[in-house]
Design a protein around this ligand. Structure first.
Ligand code: ADP
Ligand code: MG
Length: 316
């Protein structure tokens, strides 16, 4: 069994009347890419801020590397790399100088630091921009600088809070690949996001949060096995007589159907060849249809089934 890197027990954080974290329990083990997935306002950043002792909490306990985390636990803090949701770099310093500054907080040796800074620059792909000031960088490049500043000292534990929000696809891929590489080189990662696709792509274990509570936890396969949905069939069909809709709803393994704006959605639980059975009903009723597709469950379906609402809207 891998070592426990983080242990959060019964964490409660209130902002006045609002309960931002409601008895949260989390255990993160060495070598994991641990995903905290939840919609905006679910408490991800609050969790990170409590974890880092940046924020006082009302109840509970936090241990990192087997020791209680406190505002003065500098031996622990030294081994953590933090990439905050809001980019925090110095406008007056160049890309190189920014990374050198943050790295210098941990690595006093000049020659070693030079090597580390160069590694970080290469790692995020900012070689062509080292003399640029942050204001001259695009959103994606600025995010990459933010990451380089957080990881240059080669920390054992790296925490990234929504590092891909408002980032172009090229930078996003670079960031996701980079996180996987950091993990391969031995770092434990905590990654928060409201993008389920990213979390599915890179996280080895995931906790889904909603309203300050952990509502589910496991690998993506385990999470998907928790729910009833195994397949969602979508069919574009301009006209669907009520009795045909009902007949489809009564097919084996179909547990729910929706028809709106010319699209029929059929939710299936188990079974094989669900699509063929549905199309067979349409054919027997001599109905024409357009695009047809079937999807395996996503983490959004997990969230939907547990909370009754969608994790995010499509463009998110
Ligand atoms: P997330 O990072 O998942 O989007 P946050 O941890 O930022 O969520 O916020 C959790 C809840 O706490 C939200 O309802 C948010 O409005 C509230 N909140 C966050 N920070 C503060 C604060 N400083 N004062 C009051 N309420 C806050
Ligand atoms: Mg946040």
């Amino acid at each position: 069994m891998e070592n426990t890197v983080i242990k959060i027990e019964n964490l409660v954080k209130r902002y006045g009347e609002l309960i931002a974290l409601d008895h949260l329990n989390l255990e993160i083990r060495e070598g994991e890419v641990f995903g905290l997935l939840g919609p905006n306002g679910s408490g991800k950043t609050t969790t990170i801020n409590c974890l880092l002792s940046l924020l006082a909490y009302d109840k509970g306990s936090i241990e990192i590397f087997g020791k209680p985390m406190t505002p003065t636990a500098y031996d622990i803090k030294q081994q953590i790399g933090i990439i905050m949701q809001d980019v925090a770099v110095f406008d007056e310093l160049t890309v190189y100088e920014n990374i050198d500054y943050f790295c210098g907080l941990y690595i006093p040796d000049k020659a070693k630091r030079k090597q580390y800074v160069e590694d970080a620059i290469r790692f995020v792909g900012l070689e062509d921009f080292i003399k640029f000031r942050p204001k001259k960088l695009s959103g994606g490049l600025l995010r990459r600088l933010n990451i380089a500043c957080g990881i240059a000292h080669k920390p054992r534990l790296i925490i990234l809070d929504e590092p891909t929000v408002a980032v172009d696809p090229q930078s996003r891929n670079k960031i996701l690949e980079g996180i996987e590489e950091l993990n391969r080189s031995g770092a434990t990662i905590i990654y928060t996001s409201h993008y389920m696709e990213e979390v599915e792509q890179i996280c080895t274990r995931i906790a889904i949060m909603d309203k300050g509570k952990k509502i589910a936890e496991g690998t993506k396969e385990e999470l998907k096995r928790m729910i009833k949905n195994t397949e969602t069939v979508s069919i574009e069909i301009l006209e669907l007589p009520e009795q045909v809709h009902e007949a489809i709803g009564k097919l084996p393994h179909v547990y729910n159907t929706e028809y709106s704006e010319g699209k029929l959605t059929v939710f299936c639980s188990g079974g094989k060849h669900n699509l063929i059975r549905i199309l067979d009903v349409l054919q027997k009723n001599d109905l024409i249809f357009g695009r047809v597709y079937t999807e395996l469950p996503t983490l959004n379906d997990v969230f939907l089934e547990i909370t009754g609402k969608a994790l995010r809207d499509k463009e998110g």
